[in-house]
Design a protein around this ligand. Structure first.
Ligand SMILES: *Cc1c(COP(=O)(O)O)cnc(C)c1O
Length: 234
C-alpha cells in the first residue's frame, strides 16, 4: 500500500467501486428480507475528505452526500456544486443556531434537527432566504446523555410542534445508535416512531450496519468509511 502524500490516505481505495459494492449489498439484503421494492438512498459521507477524493464519486453519477460540519462543507462544496448543480448535500452533524444562515444557504437537507430553538431558527431563516430545506429530526434512541437528539418519548410531540406551530415539513427521522449496542433494536424503534408521527423517511445505518438498517426500513443510509476509506488523522 502506498500513501497519497496530499492527505496521508491509502491510494488503493476506489470509492466508486466501493459504492457499487455497497449498492449490491443493499439489494441482496433487501431481497433476503423480501423487501426488494424498497428504495434505499446511499448518503456518501465525505466529511474530512478533500474535494479531490469526492470528485471521482460525483463522476460516477452519484449525487447524494453528507457532511457533518457547516464550515468544512462551505470550504469544499461550492466549487463541486457549481460543477454538479444537481448535487443533494445533507447536513448530518449538530447545527449551532449561529450557523443556521450559512447552513440554509448551502445544504438541501438537514438531518440533525434536535431542539425547538433550532427548529425556530430554521423556520425564520427559510422565510428570510425564501428557501425551504427538507428536515429530519434526530432521535437519541439510546437516550445517551452526551448525544444530541430528541428522546424517543418526546418525538411525536416535537414533530407536531414543528409542523403545527412552525409550519415546518418534517420528512423523516434520523438516529445514531450507541456504538456498543446491537443497532437493530434502535433501527426498529426509529421505524416505529416514524409511524407514530406519520413521517416516511428513515435515515439509519452507517458503514458497519447499512444492510441491517435497509432490512429494517431505512430509506437513507449514511456511509462514510466503507466508501472513502479511513478518514485522515487530524
Ligand atoms: C461520520 C458519520 C457517518 C458515517 O460513518 P461511517 O462509519 O464512516 O460510515 C454517519 N452518520 C453520521 C452522523 C456521521 O457523523
Amino acid at each position: 500500500m502506498t500513501i497519497d502524500d496530499q492527505n496521508n490516505l491509502p491510494d488503493d481505495i476506489n470509492p466508486a467501486e466501493n459504492l457499487a459494492a455497497i449498492t449490491d449489498d443493499i439489494s441482496a439484503a433487501l431481497r433476503e428480507a423480501g423487501k426488494e421494492q424498497n428504495h434505499v438512498t446511499i448518503v456518501a459521507v465525505s466529511k474530512q475528505h478533500e474535494a479531490a477524493r469526492i470528485l471521482p464519486v460525483l463522476e460516477t453519477g452519484h449525487r447524494v452526500f453528507g457532511e457533518n460540519r457547516v464550515q468544512e462543507a462551505q470550504a469544499k462544496w461550492p466549487s463541486l456544486i457549481e460543477k454538479y448543480p444537481d448535487t443533494e448535500l445533507r447536513l448530518i452533524g449538530p447545527l449551532q443556531t449561529n450557523k443556521v444562515k450559512e447552513a440554509v444557504a448551502l445544504f438541501d437537507v438537514i438531518e440533525s434537527v434536535d431542539r425547538i430553538k433550532l427548529a425556530k431558527a430554521l423556520a425564520k431563516e427559510f422565510e428570510k432566504q425564501d428557501k425551504r430545506l427538507k428536515l429530519f429530526v434526530q432521535v437519541n434512541t439510546g437516550e445517551e446523555e452526551q448525544k444530541s437528539g430528541i428522546a424517543p418519548n418526546d418525538v411525536v410531540t416535537f414533530v407536531d410542534e414543528c409542523r403545527d406551530q412552525l409550519g415546518l415539513t418534517i420528512e423523516g427521522l434520523m438516529c445514531i445508535p450507541p456504538a456498543a449496542d446491537d443497532p437493530a433494536p434502535h433501527f426498529a424503534l426509529l421505524a416505529k416512531l416514524a409511524k407514530d408521527c406519520g413521517v416516511s423517511a428513515l435515515s439509519m445505518g452507517m458503514s458497519g450496519d447499512y444492510s441491517i438498517a435497509a432490512q429494517l426500513g431505512a430509506t437513507h443510509v449514511r456511509v462514510g468509511s466503507a466508501i472513502f476509506g479511513p478518514r485522515p488523522a487530524k
